[in-house]
Design a protein around this ligand. Structure first.
Ligand code: FDA
Length: 311
């Protein structure tokens, strides 16, 4: 990121919320359950699957975790009622991981069990490295009981290849295959824990993806990076995978052209559909990753509306 983009990103928290929403609105599916369902219906109509995320990671009280789990249950019921092609993505910190691990497990156990009865899959998102070990442990405990749960692994972490191998070895013992989402990783991690070089992260992504395919795991290949998409297509071809043995995953609002290219190629595609009242922090994070959009916002802050162009 160049200095100008850094300045843009630093000024984002001070931008008026309404303006951020106008530009970043494409990354979120609204604030309410109904708005989100509308987005999912539209995506399904275009042959795109969804994974639904209720925004709001950090909580301070157990009651907030129970409340968030309650919203997820309403989402599960709506998916089943409307027969939507969708599952849910859950962050364990939102379910109380940092407050009380036992509480977090109890909440997740109930949520995954409800989802299992409705035949809906639950994806556990991966958060920053302080949560990795506990997230994997809780996932494995759930996985021994339920088939409908999977985890996310991040290619930028030095530990991930080993984690993937250990998880797949453990699953082998219960005659099961892994179901992963593989992504680069979005948090700022220290060098001893994570690779910093983009080319190395890409290499590691491809290396881990191949390990997963070798073990016949189902992988949600979560990237908007065309070089990685190419590597994934190469491996899909090499391992002669059928269309229902993997899927591509992208974030709502990011690179619709790549999304269409994948769909036209006949690949399964799932979009990450975040919604909820906590949209501001999420949008700011998206904008930090793509400062060219943030630049538009800043430009508009200082440009009279009569000479603004639509982005
Ligand atoms: P790269 O960073 O090379 O991006 C390629 C291009 O896509 C960029 O040039 C940019 O224009 C555009 N782009 C990428 N990401 C963008 C964004 N967010 N906003 C705007 N433009 C963007 N991470 C994590 O730590 N834990 C998790 O659980 C998840 N879950 C997850 C689910 C899904 C479906 C996706 C697609 C991604 C995640 N991530 C995640 C985020 C992931 O780790 C990563 O940070 C981003 O996907 C960016 O990396 P890319 O591989 O897309 O490539």
């Amino acid at each position: 990121m160049n200095i100008f983009d850094k300045l843009v990103v630093l000024s984002l928290p001070f931008a008026p919320k309404a303006l951020v929403k106008k530009f970043a609105g494409r990354y979120i599916a609204g604030e309410t359950l109904e708005e989100m369902l509308d987005t999912v219906r539209q995506l399904n109509g275009q042959g795109i699957m969804a994974t639904i995320d209720l925004l709001g990671e950090f909580i301070h009280q157990p009651s907030e975790a129970r409340q968030a789990a309650g919203v997820y249950k309403s989402i599960l019921e709506a998916i089943a009622r409307e027969r939507l092609d969708a599952n849910i993505s859950v962050k364990l910190t939102q379910m109380g991981l940092l407050l009380d691990k036992t509480l977090c497990y109890e909440i997740m156990d109930e949520l995954v069990s409800t989802a299992a009865k409705l035949r809906i899959f639950v994806r556990i998102d991966m958060e920053d490295s302080a949560c990795t070990t506990d997230t994997i442990a809780l996932y494995m405990k759930l996985r021994r009981q339920y088939d409908n749960v999977g985890i996310v692994l991040q290619a930028y972490l030095r530990r991930t290849l080993q984690d993937a191998r250990l998880i797949m070895k453990d699953l082998d013992k219960i005659q099961s295959k892994g179901n992963f989402r593989l992504c680069k990783g979005i948090y700022v991690e220290p060098r001893p824990l994570a690779w910093k070089d983009h080319a190395l992260i890409n290499k590691n992504f491809t290396f881990i993806l191949e390990e997963m395919f070798k073990q016949q795991a189902y992988v949600g290949i979560a990237t908007h990076n065309e070089a990685l998409v190419w590597e994934a297509l190469r491996l899909i071809d090499q391992y002669r995978l059928k269309k229902d043995e993997y899927e591509f995953q992208m974030l709502l609002g990011v690179d619709p052209e790549l999304r269409n290219l994948l769909l036209d190629g006949g690949h399964r595609l799932r979009l990450y559909v975040p919604f909820g009242k906590d949209w501001f922090a999420y949008c700011t994070r998206r904008l930090k990753e793509n400062p060219s959009i943030a630049r538009h916002i800043l430009k508009n802050l200082f440009t009279p509306s009569h000479i603004q162009r639509t982005p």
